[in-house]
Ligand binder design. Structure first.
Ligand code: GRF
Length: 250
């Protein structure tokens, strides 16, 4: 393919079938890009093997461990002298991030929100430490099951008005945001399901939509069938949307 290849980074949490579709599309030229790394929040995620097999650098930022650590620290259950060992990233401004975030409803109470934002910023800084050296054009979330806070987003989206983080969601947004799009679609009794590729903004699955694909849910389809129909469309849609970005079309 002619033209300069863009550099993309990928984040996953699980099996990585979308990652595989993106790897294959980069290899056969349907996407004019090079995958620079695959990061995971889950140690041992199967998708990491797929990346390694393709010769892609991998890393892990163990979110569960980090969140546990921050929690223990803030509740005073670690450290003999009750000394805090959690170091918040330099430049972390809680008030600013609290005002920007749209992930947690303000009614949930400021303690819960502040814990969420602090613990995620610690993890997100580790992600940034891994990601920064690669100088990527686009960050692709391929089944990355963590929400990203304004702390991270603002450090990737450094050009005002230019989105650089893409996500795939297993439902036709704005319906059924959250972690179980196909499950929610199925249980609601929808007759049509689908998937959405969108940019990440400060909310949960609320960013600008780049592409969508829909499928029929027939009488008798099980949740498993719905997931299979949806995933098959995801594997087509995601590479197409990344290629549109590479061409400067979105
Ligand atoms: C996909 O259904 C994606 O839409 C959702 O998580 C799933 C990831 O699957 N965000 P895989 O890891 O790409 O196989």
């Amino acid at each position: 393919m002619v033209g300069k290849k863009i550099k993309i980074g990928t984040l996953i949490s699980g099996g990585g079938t979308n990652l595989q579709a993106i790897i294959d599309s980069c290899t056969d030229g349907r996407i004019n890009a090079q995958i620079m790394f695959t990061g995971s929040d889950v140690p041992g995620a199967k998708g990491l093997e797929r990346a390694q097999k393709a010769g892609i650098d991998t890393f892990v930022v163990d979110y569960s461990k980090i969140i546990r650590h921050v929690k223990d620290d803030l509740t005073g259950s670690v450290g003999k002298n009750n000394m805090s060992s959690v170091i918040l990233p330099k430049g972390f401004n809680l008030e600013e991030i609290r005002a920007k975030q749209n992930l947690i409803n303000k009614d949930k109470g400021s303690e819960r929100i502040d814990f969420f934002l602090k613990s995620r910023a610690v993890a997100e800084q580790k992600l940034l430490d891994h990601i920064s050296p690669y100088e990527i054009d686009l960050l692709v979330l391929a089944g990355f099951m963590r929400t990203l806070t304004p702390y991270f987003i603002d450090r990737i989206n450094t050009v005002p008005g230019k989105f650089r983080i893409m996500n795939i969601h297993p439902a036709l947004l704005p319906s059924f945001p959250g972690t179980d799009g196909y499950g929610d679609t199925f249980r609601y009794g929808c007759k049509v399901g689908g998937c959405t590729v969108h940019y990440i903004d400060y909310g949960e699955d609320t960013g600008p939509i780049i592409g969508q694909r829909a499928f029929q849910i027939e009488d008798g389809d099980t949740l498993e069938v719905v997931k299979q129909k949806g995933l098959a469309l995801e594997w087509q849609l995601y590479p197409e949307c990344i290629q549109k970005f590479a061409q400067g079309l979105v």
